[in-house]
Design a binder for this molecule. Sequence first.
Ligand SMILES: NC(=O)c1ccc[n+]([C@@H]2O[C@H](COP(=O)([O-])OP(=O)(O)OC[C@H]3O[C@@H](n4cnc5c(N)ncnc54)[C@H](OP(=O)(O)O)[C@@H]3O)[C@@H](O)[C@H]2O)c1
Length: 271
Amino acid sequence: MSTKGSKVVLVTGASSGIGRACAELLSARGHTVYGTSRKPSPGPAGYRMLEMDVTRDESVQKAVATVLEEQGHVDVVVNNAGYALAGPIEETSIEEAQRQLDTNFFGVLRVCHAVLPFMRARGSGLIVNMSSLGGVVGLPFQGLYSASKFALEGLTESLRQEVASFGIQVTSLQPGDVRTPITENRVRVQRCGPESTYRRAFETALGIIEKEERAGASVELVARQVLALVDRKQVGVRYSVGHLSQRLLASTKAFLPARLFERILMSYYGL
Ligand SMILES: NC(=O)c1ccc[n+]([C@@H]2O[C@H](COP(=O)([O-])OP(=O)(O)OC[C@H]3O[C@@H](n4cnc5c(N)ncnc54)[C@H](OP(=O)(O)O)[C@@H]3O)[C@@H](O)[C@H]2O)c1
């Protein structure tokens, strides 16, 4: 059982990058943490790693059931598992697009389905959905990734309203670029080979995207923001985290003329 004052936290995708940093910091601050991975290794002392593939219903249910059996409840879920698909939308197959949404969007929905009945019964809970500034701004050649995060933004806004009366809070955290293995783990669409009409523009834009990621914010910065949310009584609809320049650029979308904003973005990505 968790010790008094600490919360039971489930962090999906805790084998790497942001998720691992969140699991480490939250457990170091006294919370009872369960991390997940498709291939869990024992992990550092302090928190337990469970097997979970967010694209499989039974796998999600089994991991959540383990937390509930061992702790009796779950206070916080950080829906973090995800990956980035890159490539021209025209050359993205339906299967590639479905796989991206199945992890980044339906994965979150599966975890929500698994935990919400128990949070509702207990009358409390917090769900932090790891979105992205790519869920605020449609990024070129990351169209399906952006689509998955835009969908997550919509889900977060809707779910918040539906579960508020049960004492459950839902929020979205939108990191800008963060230095993690997401860059090396990025999946490129198969059809965009040397013959592709988009090849040059794609490689130029992707080069900029990857350079930005390698110079991105630290995972600790994101983990500290997650810790702050976990410790808060009341959380807002969304938060951004990362380099100020990227957060400011994304925020100008709300008031700049749409065409001007688009031109700035296209010139930034060499289009
Ligand atoms: N890095 C950035 O610049 C950035 C910016 C904005 C938002 N984000 C978001 O932050 C989250 C974490 O990304 P990261 O940068 O930390 O990437 P990462 O280092 O590649 O970590 C991704 C994590 O997701 C897990 N994962 C992937 N597919 C999964 C699946 N089907 N089922 C379960 N777990 C799965 C991986 O675990 P296993 O492979 O061990 O299963 C891994 O722990 C993602 O949602 C990403 O979109 C990242």
